[in-house]
Design a protein around this ligand. Structure first.
Ligand code: KG4
Length: 350
């Protein structure tokens, strides 16, 4: 790696440009000394009509979005390009074509600006989003060690976090992610993509105990959601044979019962993890953490088991670049830089 001038921990104004392009959001953010200065996300409407993310369309949209999104992040932060100390990018996991756009852009930016490059694991970013400081001084980070329930469209994991850059996955899904279970079951009910927020909305008017769906019997702290998806599908298929309006007539109860089952599966293993590790500092991350039922269930469990529960700001739970920039910040302070030969990975472990 070329020798760049690196600031030390004591220096002020460590300014990181974060780039996120792992799935269907093109995002850029600026963080200075841990404080968020800007956070820009461009979504991709092009996937809606397909009921899921189409990888090739996602990478093309990233190519169109990335320059305007980065420009906007720099302008909103009120800084100059020359103020940026390093550029951090999501190396994986995610869609390979999408990751390539962010990775190539970050490499080009690093070369052109003469600043170091920092690779970030998307999952680590979700966890470190809890350490983003607001401009008005708002800051409520968890204390180490803590457990993070990471639930998104692509991941369901329980992570034991010992320090900023010291994390261990102690439980994870062996098949579908929790968000996928929401989205796939919503799709068979005819709800738009992504289905999670629609299930959440409809569940509010439904009875969570009306229908029972399969729960996995897996030892340890791992998750499985594919059995639930299949049981939901068969249940609908059998009932539609008797009544072709079954879904419309029971939509709210179906959503409430499905949501109840997913939350029950998630909370069961989280409670087990808290008991096994003795850790009572509990956090949540990823898109599914926006679910109102999950938030309520987490709070109830926190009250019951004496957990200190920390839920990040909504905008930092979804895919965003602020979480990539904050991870880049801690890696910068730790002197962890990437070379121009860094290639993205579709699947990576912490
Ligand atoms: O972390 P995220 O933004 O990105 C990916 O992993 O792609 O998570 C997106 C996931 C989708 O599966 C979406 O349905 C789910 O988060 N989601 C929700 C809610 N809001 C987003 N699931 C349940 N209830 C919600 N309110």
């Amino acid at each position: 790696m070329k020798n760049f001038s690196i600031k030390s921990k004591k220096d002020a104004n460590v300014t990181i440009l974060g780039i996120e392009s792992s799935c269907d959001d093109t995002a850029a953010a600026i963080i200075r000394d841990g404080v968020i200065l800007s956070n820009v996300v461009a979504g991709q409407k092009v996937h809606e009509e397909y009921g899921g993310v189409v990888p090739e369309l996602a990478s093309r949209a990233h190519q169109q979005n990335i320059i305007p999104v980065v420009d906007r992040a720099i302008a909103r932060a009120g800084i100059e390009k020359s103020d940026i100390s390093a550029v951090a990018f999501t190396r994986g996991p995610g869609l390979l074509g999408s990751l390539l756009v962010g990775t190539s852009f970050a490499k080009g930016f690093s070369l052109a600006a003469g600043i170091p490059l920092i690779e970030v694991n998307h999952l680590q970013g979700h966890v470190l989003a809890l350490f983003i400081k607001e401009k008005d001084g708002a800051y409520n980070p968890p204390k180490f060690p803590f457990l993070c329930l990471l639930v998104s469209g692509g991941n369901s994991q329980i992570i034991l976090v010992r320090d900023y850059l010291d994390m261990e996955v102690i439980g994870q899904t062996i098949d579908d992610a929790a968000g996928e279970a929401f989205d796939k079951c919503a799709k068979v009910m005819g709800l738009p993509y992504p289905g999670g927020p629609h299930v959440d909305r409809l569940a509010k008017q439904g009875d969570p105990h009306r229908f029972n769906f399969a729960k996995p019997r897996i030892s340890g702290l791992d998750y499985s959601f594919s059995g639930l998806k299949t049981s939901f599908l068969y249940f609908l298929r059998d009932n539609l044979k008797e009544n072709e309006n079954f879904i419309e007539e029971n939509q709210a109860d179906l959503c409430a019962s499905l949501q109840f089952t997913i939350i029950d599966i998630l909370l069961n293993k989280l409670k087990k993890a808290a008991k096994q590790t003795g850790v009572k500092e509990i956090t949540v991350a990823g898109g599914v953490s926006a679910n109102s039922g999950l938030r309520t269930a987490l709070q109830e469990n926190a009250n019951k088991h004496g957990w200190n529960l920390i839920i990040p700001k909504f905008e930092y739970t979804m895919d965003n670049a602020a979480m990539i920039a904050i991870t880049g910040y801690y890696k910068y302070l730790n002197g962890e830089f990437a070379g121009q030969d860094a290639v993205p990975f579709a699947r990576t472990q912490l």
